[in-house]
Design a protein. Structure first.
Length: 208
């Protein structure tokens, strides 16, 4: 049965001006092309496919999505403390992260895990504000996990910072959403601090 959220053809009398393509929707929403595709597949955005297989997304559904997110932003108050989930299987890397964060005047509650499976469990348990992790997480395809989180209504607003030994251009080519910062390993403390400032929209003061 065809989903009511993803009709395969427009309704009778449809107005072509009321629809846009996937890339236009991505530009309007400020997300990647792939994220829009995932939102369509999950039913978050209403769309149909042309005879040639191209998606046409209803502008009204984009407007509703923007409004839902705007309302969520208005209702959300700044937390007293920010929950951060660090995911890395290298103990020395984890120690550097924690050492750097301990020198900042920022209310962070940091949880550290060493593999992707445990990360998924902790995400479900603690709903962190920020996930900092390597794409090459043991036990889980890191890129696929990020795509799944972004397609989820419950977790798509969670901030994410990616660390990796791969070239950033290569990672982008793999399909990582454009709004997720990539920090090359080994990660410099200053770069990590800047990334956290940007994604959490808070000012971090380093202790002098």
């Amino acid at each position: 049965m065809t989903s009511p959220h993803r009709p395969t053809s427009p309704e009778p009398g449809f107005d072509a001006a009321a629809y846009c393509n996937t890339r236009q929707a991505a530009a309007m929403l400020g997300v990647s092309h792939r994220t829009v595709q995932l939102w369509v597949e999950s039913g978050t955005l209403e769309a149909w496919k042309t005879a040639g297989g191209h998606r046409r997304i209803a502008l009204a559904s984009i407007e509703r999505h923007v409004e839902r997110r705007r309302q969520a932003m208005l209702e959300r108050t700044a937390p007293a403390r920010y929950k951060v989930l660090l995911v890395d299987d290298d103990a020395s890397t984890m120690a550097r992260y924690e050492g750097a964060m301990s020198g900042w005047d920022l209310p962070l509650d940091v949880v550290r895990v060493g593999n992707g499976f445990e990360a998924l469990i902790r995400i479900g348990e603690t709903r962190p504000h920020l996930l900092v992790g390597d794409l090459s997480m043991p036990g889980v395809d890191g890129l696929r996990m990020i795509r799944t989180l972004r397609a989820s209504e419950a977790y798509r607003d969670m901030a994410i910072v990616v660390t990796s030994g791969l070239d950033p251009a290569t990672i982008r080519a793999m399909g990582l959403p454009d709004d997720i910062p990539v920090l090359p390993k080994p990660v410099a403390p200053e770069a990590l601090r800047t990334a956290i400032e940007d994604v959490l929209h808070v000012e971090v003061h380093a202790e002098r």
